[in-house]
Design a protein around this ligand. Structure first.
Ligand SMILES: C[S@@+](CC[C@H](N)C(=O)[O-])C[C@H]1O[C@@H](n2cnc3c(N)ncnc32)[C@H](O)[C@@H]1O
Length: 208
């Protein structure tokens, strides 16, 4: 998201926050001119009404209190400005991790996937925006094509311990990790590139 905004607006016009040290460090290295701070959406380190818009790309489902996070995004946005967010359609089975979680649930029916997370089902982001006091709320679905050169390239990020999927893989012993990898492979092309269409629910609203 920061990369896209810097490309459109220039680094001086962009501020970014993330509670993860690794994300903050990586963003500072890539965009030295951007004001990057370590913080959560629920407690933004900015004054009232300093931005034209506040955006959260694939973040609302990780917030401890999504309504508080959206409300604080609205607080730092000028009157009549835009708050926008998107979350993968985990509940509708159209996210980039759908194949992964399907394989997990085949082997471990009691595992917790990401389908219950905030904003990950149709209409829920709009409900959260309304609860946060935003107006003129509109929602749509955005779809991107992801492409990997091979199954191995698709699988490798799951072994890095990032996000709920990475945490799940790290909690498995070697045997169960191999079983999960094989199950995923059985659901995807064994030879050649892997292409996955991934969709996210996207909602915008305006501040008062
Ligand atoms: C899938 S990444 C998206 C990163 C970035 N927005 C992008 O567009 O690439 C999700 C990010 O949400 C961050 N996150 C988790 N809880 C958060 C919170 N309460 N407020 C803000 N960010 C949070 C995580 O640290 C992680 O970097």
């Amino acid at each position: 998201l920061t990369s896209e905004l810097v490309g459109r607006l220039g680094a001086e016009a962009v501020s970014a926050i993330d509670p993860s040290d690794a994300f903050v460090a990586a963003t500072r290295i890539r965009f030295p001119g951007v004001d990057v701070r370590r913080a959560s959406a629920e407690r933004l380190p900015f004054s009232e009404e300093v931005f034209d818009f506040a955006l959260a790309q694939l973040v609302v489902h990780f917030m401890r209190d999504p309504v508080a996070g959206l409300r604080d995004m609205a607080r730092v946005t000028r009157g009549g400005g835009v708050v926008a967010a998107c979350v993968w359609d985990h509940a509708g089975g159209r996210g980039p991790l759908t194949v992964f979680w399907r394989a997990v649930l085949d082997l471990d029916p009691h595992a917790r996937d990401e389908s219950q997370l905030a904003g990950a089902r149709e209409g829920h982001l709009a409900e959260l925006f309304a609860a946060a006091g935003l107006r003129d709320i509109e929602s749509t679905m955005l779809t991107v094509q992801t492409r990997f050169r091979s199954f191995e390239e698709w699988w490798e990020p799951f072994t890095l311990g990032v996000g709920p999927a990475g945490d799940y893989v790290q909690g498995l012993d070697t045997q169960r990790r191999l079983e999960l990898r094989d199950r995923c492979a059985s659901l995807l092309p064994r030879q050649g590139p892997v292409g996955i269409a991934a969709s996210a629910w996207a909602t915008i609203g305006r501040t008062h």
